[in-house]
Design a protein around this ligand. Structure first.
Ligand code: 3PY
Length: 254
């Protein structure tokens, strides 16, 4: 197809200098990356310099979030998109469901996720923008309403050309960290609906070009069946990106 697969690891809050060194060695020795696949690793921000200096050049590197501030300033604890770009990263994940949900703090709103995306794109980063429904919402049949409500504020802050810097990561929340995976057919159906939404609300051209990654317990054992679906253009990989199995996903693209 016209879209290159995008397989990205999301390490979440895992790793130490020592364990990263091991994993980098594993990935660096894992053999060639197929020419129809783009690969990225999004690690905890403190370890970005470690990966930038040690991970093979054909794996891109990204952060897992950025601040909403677009310049230096009094934002204690924040990391600016311009800083992520400054040290040499290509990507940032925005709006992962774990951040939308919140930890000990209130979670991120759809508007905040959209604003961060604007700031990240202006800083020259590419964004993996996560969307997806919770279990009750799938059961209620509102999956696509939820996805649309997350895409609307995004579409509102992007010009048509900005979309070349966006990948959409569809991650059904009930499949994250649970070991449950959407069946390839279920995932394909939602991916097709998301592409259709983009076609209706942005343009057919953008819909044809934008990559829609699947996320949620994707691993070597299920990657091939997912990646064979016509509207699944890659993955955002949690747990399996912390092991050699990540390369089974990379090599699972048809
Ligand atoms: C998962 O694989 O569970 C993820 O959340 C990837 O982002």
């Amino acid at each position: 197809g016209e879209r290159k697969y995008l397989v990205a690891g999301n390490w979440k809050c895992n790793g130490t200098l020592a364990s990263n060194e091991e994993l980098v060695k594993t990935f660096n020795e894992a053999g060639p990356i197929p020419s129809n696949v783009e690969v990225a690793i999004c690690c905890p921000s403190v370890y970005l310099p470690q990966l930038l200096s040690s991970l093979r050049d054909d794996i891109q590197i990204g952060a897992q979030d950025c601040g909403v501030n677009d310049k230096n300033g009094a934002f204690t604890g924040e990391i600016g998109a311009f800083q992520i770009k400054d040290i040499g990263c290509d990507w940032v994940i925005i709006g992962h469901s774990e951040r939308r949900e919140g930890f000990e703090m209130p979670g991120e709103t759809p508007d905040l996720c959209a604003k961060k995306t604007r700031v990240a794109i202006d800083a020259g980063l590419k964004v993996m923008f996560c969307i997806g429904e919770k279990k009750e919402q799938r059961e209620d049949g509102t999956t696509m309403d939820v996805c649309a409500s997350q895409l609307e504020p995004l579409a509102a802050v992007l010009t048509e050309s900005d979309w070349s810097s966006i990948a959409i990561a569809y991650e059904p929340v009930w499949a994250i960290g649970t070991g449950l995976t959407a069946t390839p057919e279920m995932a394909q159906e939602t991916h097709a609906s998301i592409r259709d939404w983009i076609s209706q609300n942005v343009s057919a051209d953008v819909a044809g070009k934008v990559r829609i990654q699947y996320g949620g317990s994707m691993k070597g054992a299920n990657a091939k069946d997912l990646l064979e679906q016509p509207d699944i253009d890659g993955g955002l990989i949690g747990g399996a990106s912390l092991t050699a199995d990540f390369f089974n996903v990379v090599n699972g693209a048809p």
